[in-house]
Design a protein around this ligand. Structure first.
Ligand code: CTP
Length: 399
């Protein structure tokens, strides 16, 4: 998986920098080309000579070569890379990366890198637990960086706790897993619905729900990151899709969402119905604003909306995979299974509004994945992006 890959190995000034030598060796053994970028203080812990001898490339550390004035382009480096790995990443560098403090070659390269970034923190346990560090790491996560969580064990301070940089083998395994996943949906077309629908009452009012679209957008991003071409049919939300392989089709009502889904579904290999579709819509939306005065209290007659998942389920061809969600407040399992059968789904992701950390608006979710053969797997509390990855793992042909 790493054969021929261009990897920038960023090294910062921590005791664990000695492990970076082993990391560079393992990456090279796996076939990668490695360019080391060191912060000035990293050189206090491991020498550029060691790293350049291991990688066969001069180490980059300064913006210029002092005697010739030759400029080292962080922009070119950033474009060259298929991945950037910062190991060890000190609290200082993590803080600079989180806040764009571009005062050394490593951080400028990070800011220029278009490739995925992996960060392996290493520091003392109290520094690791400080709210400043955790907030900075959360920021890096929000930029889409992959955090390789440090392990617990004996630290340079001789204290024991969380803060040891992950072993080089673990870091290489993470990279291999990432590159394997980035191919797993190559050539596949994925349709995702996300967000709420708005059902018009009059020109200024609607019936809607609390869905923010986060789960559906996470699935779209994850599918695109795995190489799929994604059509994301989205109700009104405040978030934006980032990956260039995602085509967003904005809709408002369930009827519009159905029309777009029906157009896209015949070409889709996988469809994930994540939208919180309003079950009912006003039968006759007023074309003028309903006024408070000179009106009796209005009665809004509702009609049933189309069931998009069930419509696609009825049109599903062999080989197509259709996944739904079930948001339940009670009798969760029974209701989810009943929905799976009624809508002819291949899998349903159950989330219960009763579980803390699950449901609308949160960045985390707790899903139970139930397949048509009745098998189920209960996922722990995790980020919506990680939940999206596990959901796609569950339907990938290899699983
Ligand atoms: N769904 C849909 N179209 C609808 C309603 C739901 O495509 N009109 C999809 C959702 O995107 C989800 C699944 O069906 O994948 C289940 O949605 P949910 O709201 O949990 O179920 P409903 O069928 O609406 O049933 P109820 O509201 O009675 O629980």
């Amino acid at each position: 998986m790493l054969d021929g890959k261009h990897i920038i190995l960023g090294i910062t000034g921590g005791i664990a920098a000695y492990k970076s030598a082993m990391l560079a060796r393992l990456l090279i053994k796996a076939g990668a080309e490695v360019q080391v970028v060191m912060t000035p203080s990293a050189k206090e812990f491991i020498t550029p000579v060691t790293m350049s001898a291991l990688t066969g490339k001069p180490v980059v550390s300064e913006f210029f070569t002092a005697n010739t004035g030759e400029w080292h382009s962080h922009v070119d480096l950033g474009l060259w890379a298929d991945a950037m790995v910062i190991a060890p990443a000190t609290a200082c560098t993590i803080g600079k990366m989180a806040n764009g403090v571009a005062d050394n070659m490593l951080v400028t390269t990070y800011l220029s890198a278009k490739a995925p970034v992996f960060v392996a923190p290493a520091m003392d346990l109290d520094m690791m637990a400080h709210p400043s560090t955790t907030a900075n790491i959360d920021k890096l996560r929000s930029y889409g960086n992959h955090i390789i969580e440090p392990a617990s064990g004996e630290l340079a301070s001789h204290l024991t706790g969380k803060g040891r940089m992950q072993e080089p083998e673990v870091i290489v395994a993470e990279l291999e897993k990432f590159f394997a996943e980035s191919q797993s949906l190559k050539g596949k077309k994925v349709l995702v619905t996300a967000g709420p629908t708005y059902e018009k009452i009059d020109p200024v009012r609607f019936i809607g729900n609390y869905s923010t679209g986060k789960m559906g957008y996470a699935i779209a991003e994850e599918a695109a990151a795995r190489g799929a071409e994604v059509t994301l049919v989205s109700g009104p939300v405040a978030i934006k899709a980032k990956h260039p392989a995602i085509t967003v089709i904005d809709v408002e009502s369930a009827k519009q969402m159905l029309a777009e889904c029906q157009a896209a579904f015949p070409h889709a290999d996988i469809a994930v119905m994540c939208a919180a579709v309003a079950d009912y819509a006003p039968a006759e939306p007023a074309d003028r604003k309903i006024k408070r005065e000179k009106q009796e209290i209005p009665t809004i007659t509702l009609v049933k909306n189309p069931d998009i998942a069930a419509t696609l389920g009825a049109q599903k061809k062999p080989g197509q995979i259709l996944i739904g969600f079930a948001l339940e407040t009670d009798n969760e399992m029974t209701n989810a299974l009943e929905k799976l059968r009624r809508k002819n789904l291949d899998m349903i992701a159950l989330n219960s509004l009763r579980t803390p950390g699950a449901g609308f608006g949160t960045d985390t979710n707790v899903l139970t994945l139930i397949k048509a053969d009745g098998s189920e797997s209960q996922l722990p509390l995790m980020s919506k992006r990680d939940a999206a990855a596990r959901l796609l793992d569950a339907i990938s042909p290899a699983k």
